[in-house]
Design a binder for this molecule. Structure first.
Ligand SMILES: [Mn+2]
Length: 308
């Protein structure tokens, strides 16, 4: 039997709140014109100075399960690989499967395990969209998941494939200069890779490339992060931490605290109001409005770009 695509147990809010930023234009250092009188022995050091440095990720991660799902570790899954400049990925199991007596954590975990095994695969050829195709094709669990994969090449090119509402932010010099956008069918029903034919495929992924440079930081996460923490808070939290592990933990804790705070005007509740969901009129007339974070599994991956 086909199972309808669904999302969460509390369809009272929505979560499309991201902004899209233009892909930054990075100028490539031009080779210096060498004057003809230089002796060959003097040319080499100059060439090596202008060679573009290779980059890789220094990665910190932190996962906090939904308070009701702590025992089995929640329904998010992720992996980090040192392949090439680094590969990072998050998958978020669609919780509605529990209503069909299916454990929602199995599909995203299998998807991430497959993707992790396939990062260096010849057919994948450093293409995150093909990675999703092959990882999805290799699943046998019932279920579905939103998923994002980012692969960093040593040249600094970050290739991203995204299905659904996991997300990625790129921070450069204290500003978010690139952000992924979530995909959804309708309110609270994101695009998702599924065991059922009604789901999306790798062809539905949003695919993009961004040029990174040393000192850049990427923040990747499940919707549990972005529904509960504003971009400005992401920037300030990352800036206030001395390393990627601390930053990932601090962001996850912030999201977790906001998710439990019924008076916090979260990105989630703010977006819900713009979609027409709010408290009843008789509460509105006394100045009340819909607020609160969204309880969810929270996965945070921070990647700092280091020159080698
Ligand atoms: Mn989630």
């Amino acid at each position: 039997m086909a199972v309808p695509i669904f999302r969460s147990s509390s369809p009272s809010h929505s979560n499309r709140w991201f902004h899209t930023f233009p892909t930054p234009n990075i100028s490539i250092p031009q080779k210096r014109n060498l004057i003809s009188c230089c002796a060959p022995s003097e040319l080499n050091p100059i060439r090596s100075q202008v060679r573009r440095p290779e980059v890789s990720f220094c990665v910190g991660t932190h996962l906090i399960p939904h308070p009701n799902k702590v025992e089995k570790g929640g329904e998010d899954a992720f992996f980090v690989s040192s392949y090439n400049g680094g590969v990072v990925a998050v998958a978020d199991g669609v919780s509605g499967w529990a209503e069909q007596n299916v454990d929602p954590s199995l599909f995203p975990r299998e998807l991430m395990a497959n993707a992790s095994d396939l990062v260096g695969d010849e057919e994948v050829n450093n293409d995150p969209q093909i990675l999703l195709r092959k990882a999805h094709a290799g699943t046998s669990s019932k279920g579905s998941a939103t998923v994002i994969v980012a692969m960093l090449e040593r040249s600094g090119t970050l290739k991203i494939a995204n299905v659904g509402d996991c997300g990625l932010r790129l921070i450069r010099k204290g500003q978010i200069i690139f952000s992924t956008s979530p995909q959804e069918h309708y309110f609270d029903c994101p695009y998702q890779l599924s065991s059922e034919v009604v789901g999306q495929t790798y062809l539905d992924a949003t695919v993009c490339s961004v040029q990174l440079m040393g000192g850049d930081t990427i923040v990747m996460g499940s919707d549990g992060l972005f529904d509960n923490v504003f971009n400005q808070e992401i920037i300030s939290t990352v800036a206030g931490c001395s390393d990627v592990a601390k930053a990932a933990k601090a962001l996850a804790n912030l999201a977790h605290n906001h998710s439990k705070d019924s008076s916090f005007d979260s990105p989630y509740s703010s977006e819900a109001r713009t979609r027409g969901f709010d408290v009843p009129w008789w509460k509105k007339v006394v100045g009340k409005k819909l607020t609160g974070g969204k309880l969810d599994d929270i996965t945070v991956i921070i990647g700092q770009v280091v020159s080698m």
